[in-house]
Design a protein around this ligand. Structure first.
Ligand code: SF4
Length: 332
């Protein structure tokens, strides 16, 4: 990815689905750009690239918090989705969410998903209603793929071309009387760590923007990172590199203001914005009053990219002082 970042843009944006987004490219893409992106290996399936949207508990298998290690299941699901021509017709917004039982991703809106209820047991889930099927972990991918095919067929038969399971007129899949509205673990969801997790590392990316300096530091200490849905990266066996990564501007402590500061794209990237949201966030970071609430800066009433947790809403404050005053008023 470093080649792409240096040559095409100054930053790469992390999305809430753990994808990487490069903005401001020419349309259509030049052959050189396409070659550079493909050379990263991040687009392994041209026919299914838009539909292999899978979010999984980022630390699954790396610590002892989850009920099961879902890494083999994710690889199996991804390869079998990509091998099925029918599933290329899934909409690009369709999402699989796989929670290893710690409750960190199960609350995300998803079309199909599962939550582990034991080392070898899961509940497969469909739609916001959370219709569920309890089963051995080994059988889960078969059911997920069957449900995905059911969705594609129901979508095509209805002629409405629904984007999500909840938009279908009828439920998909075999009969079930299980509804799983809440996570099936009896513990509170695991906090989102930053810093060392055993011998591994989790680092935050300020405003979700990976800079060339971040990439240079990452490349010097690892060949592989996992992108979380909440603007951070998991580096397997990366704990010893944390000082180096912190020096490059990545966030290694929950105490950092960047652990709770968010901003939409804003000016100059978004023509709707009334303010330079990123610039305001940069000015705000060293002066952020102590607290635990997330703080989100928006350039207009659309409030793109707001956090999934409760947050202090800074809607286009005209100045740094106005932003600080709003935080003081809104902070619980
Ligand atoms: S919230 Fe408004 S200004 Fe910010 S990125 Fe969305 S549309 Fe643009």
């Amino acid at each position: 990815m470093d080649i792409v970042a240096y040559q095409l843009d100054s930053s790469i944006q992390l999305t809430s689905r753990g994808a990487l987004q490069i903005r401001g490219l020419p349309v259509p893409l030049t052959a050189e750009t396409q070659t550079a992106v493909l050379a990263t290996g991040l687009v392994p399936s041209p026919s299914h690239e838009l539909v292999r949207n899978v979010v999984v508990s980022p630390l699954t298998g790396l610590d002892r918090v989850g009920q099961a290690d879902l890494r083999p299941l994710v690889r199996d699901l991804d390869s079998r989705v990509c091998a099925d021509p029918e599933l290329a017709a899934l909409p690009g917004r369709f999402l699989f969410t796989l929670d290893d039982g710690r409750g960190d991703v199960i609350d995300q809106a998803c079309d199909l998903g599962l939550i582990a209820t034991g080392p070898q047991r899961v509940t497969v889930l469909a739609g916001a209603a959370r219709r569920g099927w309890s089963m051995p972990l080994a059988d889960a991918v078969d059911l997920l793929l069957g449900l995905a095919r059911d969705f594609v067929r129901a979508r095509q038969a209805s002629g409405k071309m629904a984007w999500h399971v909840d938009e279908l007129d009828h439920p998909i899949g075999p009969p079930t009387d299980t509804v799983c509205r809440e996570r099936e673990t009896d513990t509170t969801p695991a906090p989102r760590p930053l810093g060392a997790v055993g011998e591994h590392a989790v680092v935050g990316v300020p405003l979700g923007l990976l800079t060339p300096a971040h990439l240079t530091a990452l490349v010097s200490c690892t060949e592989q990172v996992s992108v979380t849905p909440w603007r951070s990266l998991v580096i397997e066996n990366g704990a010893s590199a944390l000082p180096h990564l912190a020096a490059a501007g990545l966030v290694t402590s929950i105490e950092s203001p960047w652990a709770r500061l968010h901003a939409c794209t804003g000016s100059p990237g978004c023509s709707k914005s009334l303010i330079d949201t990123g610039g305001l966030a940069q000015a705000l970071a060293p002066r952020l009053p102590p607290g635990s609430s997330a703080v989100h800066v928006s350039g207009c009433t659309r409030r793109c990219g707001t956090p999934s947790t409760p947050f202090i809403d800074l809607l286009a404050p005209p100045s740094l002082d106005a932003a600080l005053e709003l935080i003081t008023v809104e902070q619980p």
